[in-house]
Design a protein around this ligand. Structure first.
Ligand code: ADP
Ligand code: TYD
Length: 207
């Protein structure tokens, strides 16, 4: 059976994940790869509906536990309907955030829920990307970028700078924990420089 390549982008809000995911998709398509560019929460019609529930409204709208269940439900639908079929067809799947975001945001933001996050992941998802590109960046600069966008999806950005600082440290710790599948990229540069490093890291896996 042909199998595609599963890539994820991770990092704090405003670090440039969506920009880099788009650029990578364009670069790989130009080289003749069949690419599926997708995102979480979302990436399938049902999961996009859950997205609105978790990203809009007041920061205390959901407890961390309820949020964990909602994000996992969205991911399961995304996996069944978008990711698995694309990988089975041999495509390159580029996902803007995946389970590492749950390990960070639901696992760390309000108490230590990492054990529950991992248990639910094993039970309901059970797949990791082949390569995770962590766009590492200073939270103050990233938050300024994110806030400049001004969308309705600001529930997590409204948790503020303190959360972003902890998420940055948490993502770097995760990159050490799962070192073989992580590439850490300095996001505090011109988008073209970041994209070149991303393409280098991905090229090594495609070869
Ligand atoms: P994320 O998906 O991580 O939240 P985005 O890709 O949406 O980040 O980028 C957040 C904002 O910063 C966007 O307005 C985007 O145009 C801008 N941006 C992205 N990358 C860079 C960069 N390397 N330098 C300056 N601005 C950037
Ligand atoms: P996203 O649209 O990627 O936001 P941004 O472009 O600002 O990085 O994701 C929206 C928010 O959802 C982000 O603040 C992180 C949060 N999130 C979780 O809390 N858990 C998850 O499992 C995922 C995928 C995202």
């Amino acid at each position: 059976m042909t199998k595609g390549l599963f890539l994820s982008f991770e990092g704090i809000d405003g670090s440039g994940k969506s920009t880099q995911a788009r650029r990578l998709a364009d670069a790989l398509e130009a080289r003749g790869h069949a690419v599926v560019l997708t995102r979480e929460p979302g990436g399938s019609p049902g999961a996009e509906e859950i997205r609105a529930l978790v990203l809009q409204g007041a920061p205390d709208r959901w407890s961390a536990e309820t949020e964990l269940l909602l994000f996992t439900a969205a991911r399961r639908d995304h996996l069944e309907r978008t990711i698995r079929p694309a990988l089975a067809a041999g495509r390159v799947v580029i996902c803007d955030r995946f389970a590492d975001s749950t390990r960070m945001y639901q696992g760390l933001s309000r108490g230590d829920l990492r054990g529950k996050v991992d248990a639910l992941h094993d039970l309901m998802i059970g797949i990791e990307p082949d390569l995770t590109l962590l766009i590492d960046m200073d939270p103050r600069a990233a938050l300024a970028r994110a806030k400049a966008r001004a969308t309705a999806e600001e529930r997590f950005e409204d948790f503020g700078l303190g959360l972003q600082e902890r998420m940055r440290a948490g993502f770097l710790a995760l990159a050490r924990e799962f070192a073989p599948r992580f590439a850490v990229i300095d996001g505090n540069r011109d988008a073209a420089c970041v994209a070149a490093d991303v393409l280098d890291a991905v090229g090594a896996r495609l070869a």
